[in-house]
Ligand binder design. Sequence first.
Ligand code: PBG
Length: 327
Amino acid sequence: MELLERPRRLRKNPAIRGMVRETRVSKSALIYPIFVKEGHGIVDPIPSLEGQFHYSPDRVHLELEKVRRAGVPAVLFFGLPAHKDACGSGAWDDQGAVQQALRIAKREFPELYLITDVCMCEYTSHGHCGILNGQQVDNDRTLEVLNRTALSHANAGADMVAPSDMMDGRILSMRRALDREGFSDLPIMSYAVKFASSFYGPFRDAAGSAPAFGDRRGYQMDYHNPREALREAELDVQQGADALMVKPAMSYLDIVYRVRERFDLPLAAYSVSGEYAMIKAAARAGLIDEAAVACEAALAVFRAGANMLITYYAKELAGWMDEGRIG
Ligand code: PBG
């Protein structure tokens, strides 16, 4: 058969396939979420997230050591307080789990990059992401408590804050609050495009943050709306965000692609708890090869245009990159 184009020529062996690869990934793009829980001596497996643990601040070094050894450069801290109240005051407690973990991590792991999730839902008794006014989250009152939380993270040593609440105007308001207190060099990574998603289920069990009534559709985005996603991203760019995020990842790769096309800021995608749990469960049922599927799913996020990937598989992915399974 006379054929000028034979794409298979460049698929002949691993060496040529490696050379012509269009998307390359590196450990330097990985961010690993860690759950820190108020208390002492805690290293508890999280039932909804196989392979993930709750750590008290005095034990979190055990996990940070593994992260460092894997070559993952950054972590994202979530906190579980001992007590919750209506306004989520545990979020800005200087002795809170995240604040303590930050101080320990800064001291013992100075080369790790420390990002904090800034939100109220783990700290409020009602489980919503802000202060309630009746059944609704009051946007502008919530901005004040988010700012206090971001400042307490900054004071404890955070390298970057990542607000995930989805209130309007939070980036501008947080930028001003940080600047006023001398943190004008501290970057904000905005969960700019965060959808009201059922893929967060295992996280809410892990963080004890399920809403006590209703759902989050009054503040998180409707998943039918790609143009609104671009508006959300644009607002955060205008308000001074340093990096953007799309969340979840796997079912939202079209959104990652569109945000990448339109904006030049660094872009993260968060491969959320439900994505991780589904791969784990399918692998456990013998239906798929865990490492192969996790690599394929991670690569897709970078192919869509993200620079950074937040994933519960970060340490394993680093290992699979070393082995050349993904690269
Ligand atoms: C806090 C927050 C959530 C997640 C990250 N930050 C839960 C939510 O919005 O309900 C989900 C992360 C995951 O599912 O892995 N608001």
